[in-house]
Design a protein around this ligand. Sequence first.
Ligand SMILES: Nc1ncnc2c1ncn2[C@@H]1O[C@H](COP(=O)(O)OP(=O)(O)OP(=O)(O)O)[C@@H](O)[C@H]1O
Ligand SMILES: [Mg+2]
Length: 263
Amino acid sequence: MEGKKPTIIAVANQKGGVGKTVTVVNLAAALAELGNKVLCIDIDPQGNLSDYLGYDFDNNSHTVADVMKGTCHLSNCIVFNEAENIYYVPVDITLATADLFLAQTMCREQVLRHAIVTDEEIDKFDYILIDCLPSLGILLTNALAVADGVIIPVQMQKFALNGIVQFEDIFNLVKENINPKLRIFGILETMTERTAMSKEIDKVLNNRYNDLVFGTKISRRIEAANSTAERISLVSKKSSTIGDQYRQLAQEILNKEAAPNGV
Ligand SMILES: Nc1ncnc2c1ncn2[C@@H]1O[C@H](COP(=O)(O)OP(=O)(O)OP(=O)(O)O)[C@@H](O)[C@H]1O
Ligand SMILES: [Mg+2]
């Protein structure tokens, strides 16, 4: 009998600095704390996730860029962060030229999908979280082509929804042509504050996405900014408001998955 496949979640928004990477690391740590085996894949050539998880960029190990170039299996790139109990696939800057090296590749939107589904080692994971880069290109379509769903972090600031229409267009194209199971797992409000602007965007999001807006919100707190610099998730800190919020998000995702209609 075929075993349970991992649930694959792409954390995506083409707007930069909205909390994608902080969400991937802390949600991964929270899911791991609940007993899940979690793999994060960094497909942002900036490498912020790899850096957050303590990757040594000088050690020349294989990265997701090699996987996308077809020279390495995904499972051969996995690094374990013991402190966080998270596995991850690092990236290197050469992935920035993916448009060029994938240009001649057949089914170039499905290279990551192929790497994941043909690698039996990857089936051992319960969750795979993909940290996307802030743009709408071939790397985003690769993430959407393999994901069961997306989490879209939205920063509660002016212009928060600029570009969301273009994102939805790409999402729909991938869903119609490559990956019919693709869905929005949820819109995640990040860096919320007690301001009129935060309330206004919350209202707009609820009108547009209704039930898809997560009940869990992530507050704006300096500890989040410090955690990326310190390379320690907030979930693994003893007492952290943001860590608790990401725990709550993990629980909300598990509850949705257990519900009759799934996430
Ligand atoms: N809840 C929060 N409160 C305060 N600062 C935060 C919060 N979440 C993230 N940050 C900070 O905001 C910045 C952007 O966060 P992050 O890197 O997660 O965003 P991103 O969407 O991944 O960015 P990019 O688009 O560049 O990949 C970082 O410096 C991070 O430490
Ligand atoms: Mg990022």
